[in-house]
Design a protein around this ligand. Structure first.
Ligand SMILES: C[S@@+](CC[C@H](N)C(=O)[O-])C[C@H]1O[C@@H](n2cnc3c(N)ncnc32)[C@H](O)[C@@H]1O
Length: 230
């Protein structure tokens, strides 16, 4: 067998895994979730199918590691839900660090606030409870080029605005993480013309050609794109 055949075999083999057993394996050895975050995950289940909006534990851990590595001080999250990712970010900021957290839902963020207190990160978090587009307009008036890290995880239809505003708000070398950029595989289904899929597909193409950033799409969970602002 030549090298090319071996590589092809290896590619096919690596694509042949059973996603369910890999997921179980990752849940077994892939990360350590704190008791508090696992309690929050359980409490969020009360929202039924909507609880799928919460980020996965591997993603949360990765975001925490990125915050540690980058020694971030000023962060922004667009899409809080019940507060899982905001805790992953705020837990890894120094005592003088701050996180601006944007969401428009009082019911979800009431739970987030409860868990921020339990995690003792509430003092670092500034919740802006409004439409994220309006909150971003306010931030863009006074805080351009001041953020180290921005996590985009709200309504997909506004992703383009969230991305452009994030680039304004980020310092050079700042990092953006964008969630759901594989969109359960729907981005590769050309017959899927729904607004959310089209928006993510267009954003992915746009970022690929955007020389203001260096980027890569991680195939973690539902896909997460990392962009460093040049
Ligand atoms: C996918 S969830 C965020 C998950 C969260 N990052 C976590 O770790 O659990 C999306 C959130 O965006 C919020 N959202 C949706 N559209 C919004 C908008 N236009 N303005 C502000 N928040 C919005 C929803 O209320 C929801 O809490």
């Amino acid at each position: 067998m030549n090298l090319k055949q071996e590589e092809t075999n290896l590619d096919n083999k690596s694509l042949n895994f059973d996603p369910t057993s890999i997921k179980e394996y990752i849940n077994l050895v892939g990360y350590n979730e704190s008791n508090l975050l696992s309690k929050l995950r359980k409490e969020t289940k009360k929202f039924g199918p909507l609880s799928i909006m919460q980020i996965g534990p591997t993603q949360g851990t990765l975001i925490g590691i990125l915050c540690q590595l980058g020694k971030f001080k000023k962060c922004l999250e667009i899409g809080v839900f019940t507060g899982y990712s905001s805790i992953c970010i705020a837990n890894n900021l120094s005592d003088d660090g701050e996180l601006f957290a944007l969401d428009n839902n009082e019911e979800y963020t009431k739970i987030a606030k409860k868990y921020w207190k339990l995690a003792k990160v509430d003092k670092k978090i500034n919740l802006m409870l409004d439409d994220a587009c309006l909150s971003l307009d306010i931030l863009c008036k006074t805080m351009q080029e001041t953020f180290d890290f921005i996590f985009i995880d709200a309504d997909k239809n506004n992703y383009m605005k969230y991305y452009e505003d994030s680039l304004l708000l980020l310092k050079p070398q700042g990092l953006i993480a964008i969630d759901n950029t594989i969109w359960k595989g729907r981005v590769t289904d050309e017959t899927d013309k729904s607004k959310s899929t089209e928006t993510i597909r267009n954003l992915n193409k746009f970022i690929k050609n955007d020389n203001r950033v260096e980027h890569c799409i991680l195939t973690i969970y539902d896909g997460m794109t990392l962009c460093i602002k040049k």
